[in-house]
Design a protein around this ligand. Structure first.
Ligand code: C5P
Length: 219
């Protein structure tokens, strides 16, 4: 364990996409490399936090020095977050699928000429909102992300209120920014005090700056 300002603090981090099965071999998902969530978990561990890292199937390995819980679906991610020990903070960096397939097949759907499969969707639980609105045992600092393509601050401020979280890390993912899938990020931190635009920097620098802010807020 590293020695640092977050020693003795337990922080839950969600990361990566979720996979929602259509049948045993097919799924729907969001595009997410897991890069930002992985970097945040690593930065928090470096500052001494005990990190529970709840990750969907991401492109990259989880960081060293964290407790890893691997999940596939949004429902599994929610259950893993709820089963984790009481947390001092929670960072929801996962790109959770908003819907799951309600009529997922137990067997592979066959191309047998009987027509196209008809998928029915059901809404997934909102993990961030569920935790942010917990009546008992809510982590004192709950942080969500907002990927927006326009009116970033207005939409992210509204999202902060709607979800009931403390901070929102908002970023502009319009295609011209090249942020989606890239190694850099330009974020605006939205708190109760207003918004603060950070200069464009690497995802690991964003993670380190966010971890430092979390340490400051929890000291
Ligand atoms: O509503 P939207 O998906 O834009 O919100 C993004 C934020 O909410 C992220 O922090 C994401 O991890 C979280 N989220 C969640 N569960 C969902 C959907 C989003 O935790 N089902």
């Amino acid at each position: 364990l590293s020695d640092g300002p977050l020693n003795g603090k337990h922080i839950v981090v969600t990361s990566g996409p979720t996979h929602e099965p259509i049948d045993p071999v097919r799924y729907i998902a969001n595009r997410s490399s897991g890069a930002q969530g992985t970097a945040i978990a690593a930065a928090l561990a470096t500052l001494g936090a005990t990190v529970t890292f709840v990750t969907g199937p991401a492109d990259m390995p989880p960081p060293k020095g964290v407790r890893v819980i691997r999940v596939q679906t949004a429902q599994e991610m929610l259950e893993a977050v709820q089963a984790a020990d009481k947390a001092d903070a929670a960072v929801f960096a996962a790109a959770v699928a908003d819907w799951r397939v309600a009529n997922a097949g137990a067997n592979k759907i066959k191309k047998d000429g009987s027509g196209l499969p008809q998928l029915e969707f059901a809404e997934n639980p909102d993990i961030l909102a569920t935790v942010a609105q917990m009546k008992e045992g809510r982590p004192p600092l709950v942080i969500g992300f907002a990927a927006e393509t326009d009116d970033v601050i207005a939409h992210a401020t509204a999202k902060r209120a709607r979800k009931g979280c403390d901070w929102i890390v908002a970023n502009d993912v319009s295609p011209e920014t090249g942020i989606m899938g890239g190694s850099e990020n330009a974020v605006t931190l939205i708190t109760a005090d207003g918004s603060e635009a950070w200069e464009r920097m690497s995802k690991s620098a964003v993670a380190q700056k966010l971890a430092a802010r979390i340490a400051e807020a929890m000291s």
